[in-house]
Design a protein around this ligand. Structure first.
Ligand code: ADP
Ligand code: ZN
Length: 743
């Protein structure tokens, strides 16, 4: 045995040579892009069970790993290294390890990378260090002269609770320096405190509402599922405002009552303050949050809480599904149709689908929630694989808006304008009634294309296959894919002509200008992601709308989700055809979902709403479905088309993306893959061809697309085929199972 290597780093305190008399060996998976778990020796003095988090040597580093199973026996035990130490924390449950294995097998990602998603809170394994807390000092005499700031702090602290500096600073609106100064003077006592895990004591009986008869029936069904402790999938289907959230809160309450954990997944953009306020009102406690903007300390404490089981409810973006819950009893996927559930880099997966898998492995009910279910989910419900729970109408009798289509071929906007007369009239009427309008266009900036009037030169991103988008606010042209930007040039770089650039097409900034011309006295706001850089900005802007300080909102999709504006009664969709361009498999479906969601902003309370869709294709089945509100007929036609074309969900697709700096090498890898690509009756491959985004952030991209009958094990075929082709280290090959994006 190579004992030297075991001891050479001098950190391996818990190991002694005699510990290896009859070598107990276990397999450890580490969170790195490796597919295999490796054997390590378990020192005698460590009691190790499967799922334990351990520290192991790898190369010359010490890293975290998880005990994945019994020894593989691949390597002679004499050559093995030893586990260094074990973390004092609950082991990862068997179901979660099985889930990680399953996801890796399905997405063809290395197991270690999937594990990494479950460990994504650096330092969470170590017990938290105590933070500095402050306490009211009863024994000190309060000086007669005291600054108002200090007075305020003392007022707050006189309740005797221990608080950390940031909490006091927040409550008293003072700086941390004021608090430290008071501690120095003895006005506050300093104590060590542990930041407790979030959401430990939600109260399930707290804010329950009286459900309507319909709502109660659905809620009972979901609660029974939770209590049954069995796997099930339900589609909770109902128009916006039907009370779906209220109903699934009941299921969460049931899970809490039975001592189980629950996770609510939301598209990141919908993780709004409004939702959190509602959660707090219902459960008298904030949920644990999980998304990409948490501070390291927040991540750590949420992760530990989830692992120990102390944290009861997590509300998070797709990655929240991969947290190693100790005792998960309910999974909710709200807005299940949302494309944001698809992760497009690293491990490429769809969290909606993986939620169903997690439920199946862990015997957990899964609730998919939407007003516009995806076609996949709808077909599963029609075929009886999922339960279909429907809430028919808006709660409290709020009526659905009137939707009609403006035929742009007849009702043409003026030259260089984008709002039709009908649209302008409707905004005017809404203004006259003292109500709010939303002009929706899902395009940031001023104009999507900037063109030289003299020579036709278009301003393109030098690193991406994309036009540069003019933003008036910054006075620059921006690439929406890589962030490249430059000032709007005065002269054309191609022909040298002066001031020859013209904006083509509208973005929200341009619609804002047009609205200002038409409604000079109205208060108009643009709401797009680049206008509300921080969560605070966004909160302030939404606050202004709700307070009635805005008459017309010009907004992108950021406004379409989840918000509730009581006085908003008119929605005008500037370009209802926008989402239909691009030839994507799901273009029509997505477009319908977005239009429906935006339309759902109109008339959420007693006032009836109105929606106008401007379109050049008023006869398109989407416009007809929107105007007739016949969602299921529309989905039925979509389903029939997909079936006829033998496309998902009636078959399987996989994308292979090859990307690298050197176009010739990328292309040659594509050609090699193409040469051995699977072709036959049940499986076909298209390509290689340059991807629609042929360049992205300076990388050249080629694509292949595989279509297979459902009877084919597509993962096995792909692994075999792609694995056999030699890929130079300068090129990356991504496999995207069930692709959503065809760029
Ligand atoms: P959805 O999730 O289907 O869009 P919500 O659950 O957000 O619907 O409900 C819409 C609005 O109606 C919310 O303000 C909600 O609080 C209210 N609401 C729904 N059901 C009830 C109920 N039974 N009692 C009181 N308010 C309700
Ligand atoms: Zn770019």
């Amino acid at each position: 045995m190579d004992q030297k290597s075991l001891f050479s780093e001098g950190k391996n305190e818990c190991v002694d040579a005699s510990d290896f008399a009859d070598k107990n060996v276990m397999r450890i998976l580490v969170p790195y892009p490796m597919d295999k778990a490796y054997d390590y020796i378990v020192p005698h003095n460590l009691h190790i069970t499967q799922g334990n988090y351990v520290c192991v040597p790898l190369g010359n580093r010490e890293i975290i790993g998880v005990v994945w199973g019994e020894a593989s026996g691949d390597v002679n035990p004499d050559k093995l290294k030893s586990i260094i130490s074990k973390y004092d924390i609950d082991p990862m449950p068997r179901e979660h390890r099985d889930f990680i294995d399953w996801v890796a097998g399905y997405t063809l990602a290395p197991k270690g990378l999937v594990l990494k998603m479950a460990l994504s809170a650096r330092g969470g394994l170590n017990p938290p260090k105590p933070a500095r807390g402050f306490l009211y000092n009863k024994d000190i005499e309060i000086p007669a002269k005291l600054s108002p700031q200090r007075r305020k702090v003392l007022d707050i602290m006189s309740d005797g609770k221990t608080r950390i500096a940031s909490e006091i600073a927040d409550l008293a609106s003072v700086s941390a320096a004021v608090i430290r100064g008071m501690a120095d003077k003895g006005l506050l006592d300093e104590v060590g405190v542990f930041n407790p895990a979030p959401c430990i004591y939600p109260e399930y009986e707290n804010g329950a509402v009286d459900l309507s008869e319909d709502q109660q029936m659905v809620a009972d069904e979901l609660c029974d599922d939770v209590s049954s402790g069995k796997f099930s999938v339900s589609l909770l289907d109902g128009v916006t405002g039907a009370g779906k959230t209220e109903v699934y809160f009941e299921a969460v309450a049931r899970a809490l009552k039975e001592g189980k954990q629950a996770v609510i997944l939301l598209p990141e953009i919908a993780l709004s303050n409004a939702f959190l306020e509602r959660f707090k009102a219902r459960f008298a406690c904030a949920p644990a949050l999980w998304h990409s903007h948490l501070t390291p300390a927040q991540r750590k404490s949420a992760w530990r809480g989830v692992v120990s089981g102390d944290t009861r409810v997590v509300v998070g973006a797709r990655s929240a599904l991969f947290l190693p819950y100790k005792n998960l009893g309910l999974i909710i996927v709200d807005e299940e149709h949302d494309p944001a559930y698809k992760q497009e880099d690293g491990v490429i997966y769809n969290a909606r689908d993986m939620a169903v898998v997690r439920g199946s492995i862990g015997k957990i009910p899964v609730v998919l929630v939407s007003a516009t279910p995806s076609l996949e989910t709808m077909i599963n419900a029609w075929d009886g694989r999922y339960k279909h729970l429907v809430l028919q109408s808006r709660y409290g009798g709020a009526i659905l808006p009137d939707i009609s289509v403006v035929d742009l071929r007849i009702d043409k906007p003026d030259r260089q304008c984008f709002l039709s007369k009908t649209m302008i009239d409707e905004v005017q009427k809404t203004l006259d009634r003292g109500e709010q309008s939303l002009l929706f266009l899902n395009r940031r900036g001023y104009a999507p294309l900037t063109l030289c009037r003299t020579c036709g030169h278009r301003m393109e991103c030098p690193r991406c296959t994309a036009w540069l988008v003019e933003h008036k606010r910054s006075g620059r042209l921006h690439c929406h894919h890589c962030g490249y930007n430059l000032p709007v040039p005065k002269d054309c770089p191609e022909c040298g002509d002066k001031d020859s650039f013209a904006a083509c097409g509208p973005g929200v900034e341009r619609i804002f200008e047009e609205a200002k011309v038409n409604f000079p006295d109205a208060r108009i706001m643009i709401l797009a992601s680049d206008m509300a850089a921080t969560n605070e900005d966004m909160k302030a802007m939404l606050g202004e709308i709700i307070a009635g300080e805005v008459d017309i909102i010009v907004g992108t999709q950021i406004i379409a989700k989840g918000h509730h504006f009581p006085n908003l009664t008119f929605v005008g969709v500037v370009d209802a055809d926008l989402g239909l361009k691009g030839g994507d498999l799901r273009a029509a479906e997505r477009s319908y979902q977005v239009l429906h969601q935006v339309a759902g902003r109109a008339g959420r309370e007693q006032k009836k709403g109105k929606v106008l869709l401007q379109s050049w294709m008023p006869d398109h089945r989407i416009m007809k479905a929107m105007a007739g509100c016949d969602r299921d007929e529309f989905l039925g036609v979509e389903a029939a088309e997909r079936e006829a074309a033998n496309m998902p969900p009636y078959s399987r697709l996989a994308g292979i993306i090859i990307s690298g700096r050197d176009e010739a090498i990328v292309k040659s890898v594509g050609v090699s893959l193409g040469r051995t690509a699977p072709q036959g009756k049940q499986i076909q491959t298209l390509g290689p061809a340059p991807a629609p985004m042929a360049r992205l952030r300076g990388n050249y991209r080629y694509r292949l697309l595989v279509r297979a009958d459902k009877s084919i094990n597509i993962q096995k075929t792909l692994a075999h085929w792609v694995g056999a082709v030699k890929v130079p280290s300068t090129v990356r090959v991504y496999i995207d199972i069930d692709p959503q994006s065809f760029l």
